[in-house]
Write a protein that binds this ligand. Structure first.
Ligand code: SF4
Length: 251
């Protein structure tokens, strides 16, 4: 969906300059159609997510509608219906937008609450989403400067009926390194394929609190080792080297 975003997270690891152009849409659809009709691929499309890695897909509801219509069209060629989900900072996820997402057939919406410093406005949007979308997840990073808001968030998620909390350490890239350093000059990083900001155990403290309070939502620790399973370790160090932090890629 491109990298356009309406938030300004200091830890954002992506560039914000690219957004998918309409003229490329047909080419992309044609490419996907070709792949989807390939017999091998029919077995391996478990889910389809909209994010762009960074950027907010709700800035382009026209493209969401177009892509979802395309995917629904090829569902008969797939071995099973994919799980459709998207990531958003929640700023634009008002009642009207949530109803649109429901109409487009989204199974899950993941909210990044930290992007707005856990604003009341986005909590309201989260509450609306829980009423209409089958699965609502909060996916927000273990940013040390959000420590208090993260703990305050835990009972609110239980009360709202959120199903999952995905939380993990921040990825350090060329884009965010200096911003993070300016805010957290004593911060430590480590490399496990990808470079990560050490959260000093914050994710585990949050998990312990959820268990202690008996909250019913799941908590997924999206740490670097989990991300390492999702992408090969050489891939990120090759394309996202962080000078002075990262060992070279020799693969
Ligand atoms: S919401 Fe996501 S894409 Fe937007 S600035 Fe924050 S981290 Fe970056």
């Amino acid at each position: 969906m491109g990298h356009e975003c309406n938030a300004e997270c200091p830890y954002c690891f992506g560039t914000k300059h690219e957004i998918i152009r309409k003229e490329n849409l047909l080419t992309i659809k044609g490419h996907l159609m070709h792949k989807a009709l390939n017999a091998d691929l029919r077995e391996i499309i478990p889910s389809i997510s909209f994010s762009g890695g960074t950027g907010d897909p709700l800035l382009r509801p026209d493209l969401l509608e177009s892509f979802m219509s395309f995917y629904h069209g090829i569902e008969p060629n797939l071995s099973k219906k994919p799980w459709y989900y998207l990531y958003t900072n929640g700023i634009l996820a008002d009642r009207k937008m949530i109803r649109q997402l429901k109409e487009y057939g989204f199974d899950e919406v993941r909210f990044h609450l930290g992007a707005t410093n856990f604003s009341a406005h986005v909590y309201d949007h989260l509450a609306e989403a829980v009423q209409h979308i089958p699965v609502v997840t909060v996916e927000t990073p273990a940013w040390p400067l959000h420590r208090d808001q993260l703990f305050e968030m835990l009972p609110k998620l239980q009360q709202l009926g959120v199903k999952h909390l995905n939380i993990g350490e921040i990825q350090v890239t060329r884009e965010n390194r200096e911003r993070i350093e300016a805010l957290l000059p004593e911060a430590e990083v480590y490399q496990n394929g990808i470079i990560h900001l050490d959260d000093d155990g914050l994710v585990y403290e949050l998990m312990k609190e959820v268990i202690k309070q008996g909250y019913s939502y799941s908590v997924l620790d999206c740490n670097s080792f989990v991300k390492g399973i999702q992408s090969t370790s050489g891939k990120w160090t090759l394309f996202e080297p962080v000078d002075g932090l990262c060992t070279g890629y020799n693969g």
